[in-house]
Design a protein around this ligand. Structure first.
Ligand SMILES: [Zn+2]
Length: 273
């Protein structure tokens, strides 16, 4: 685990940089006539950052972080196949219109506050119609969820997955796409109609484009649907080689990484495994 001392150092360094940049320059050249309001906002922001920086500097690091100890050797309570079976069973219940879970009571919340051992990591799309806990009939503490539109994985997302596997003992990672995914649809439009997406929206679509191009080579009747399925398979394939810890656990049979697609209309998840 990252120590509290190191974390505070990184935080302080990242906050110090913009404060210094503003303090060293004369008049920020970025802002012209209409920049007065922005300048004021930035000064407020930099003052806030300076205050936070000072506050962080005064935090006394703990000698030993008690959270570190249990995370070093998390129990793996279920096997990868058992975890997959639970997801499949949960989805069967959900797609039939049922739900077996009850909201956790105070005792369970207290228990969860002491630690978590999610039995699966779900890499999903942000789409409001594909909430993993509902789709898999799961409760708090059971799923570790990483969600970005298009079910892609950034470096930060990869770190989240590795954290869940290495420190929380999750034996299964499911990359979950869904029918009619708008993010993949946007990537299809960029590839086939040269749709003009800019800034952060283009950044969101960019990692999906290789899957669209690969699906396109097979000339499918429904390119968006083919790209959705290709995208989750490609993300799962990349995850299998993206990190040493994940690769080692895959080799040892302690981890499975599978792709899957959720059907918006039926509520059913089709797993590629
Ligand atoms: Zn989507």
């Amino acid at each position: 685990m990252v120590s509290r001392r190191l974390l505070l150092g990184v935080l302080a360094a990242s906050l110090a940089a913009p404060v210094m940049a503003l303090a060293e320059g004369d008049e920020p050249t970025l802002f012209t006539k209409k920049g007065r309001r922005t300048r004021r906002a930035l000064k407020t922001q930099s003052t806030d950052k300076a205050a936070l920086h000072n506050a962080l500097a005064e935090v006394k690091p703990l000698e030993a972080d008690p959270d570190d100890a249990p995370h070093d050797a998390p129990p793996q309570l279920v096997s990868p196949d058992e975890a997959l079976g639970r997801l499949k069973q949960g989805n069967t219940i959900f797609s039939r219109g049922g739900a077996s879970i009850a909201l956790p009571g105070v005792a369970r919340l207290t228990e969860l506050a002491g630690g978590q051992h999610p039995f699966a990591v779900i890499v999903g799309c942000s789409d409001s119609r594909v909430s993993p806990e509902l789709v898999f009939d799961c409760n708090l503490g059971e799923l570790f969820v990483v969600r970005v539109a298009g079910s892609t994985v950034s470096q930060e997302g990869l770190g989240s997955i590795v954290y869940a596997v290495e420190h929380l003992g999750s034996p299964l990672v499911v990359v979950l796409g869904h029918t009619k995914c708008g993010a993949v649809g946007a990537a299809v439009d960029v590839a086939t109609k040269h749709a003009d997406l800019r800034g952060a929206l283009f950044d969101m679509v960019l990692p999906i484009l290789p899957a669209v191009l690969e699906a396109q080579e097979r000339h499918p009747a429904d390119l968006q649907d083919a790209a959705i399925r290709q995208n989750v398979r490609a993300v799962a394939a990349r995850l299998r080689v993206a990190d040493g810890t994940l690769a080692e656990r895959l080799d040892e049979g302690r981890l499975k990484i599978v792709s899957a697609c959720y059907d918006l209309a039926s509520g059913q998840v089709a797993f590629d495994a």
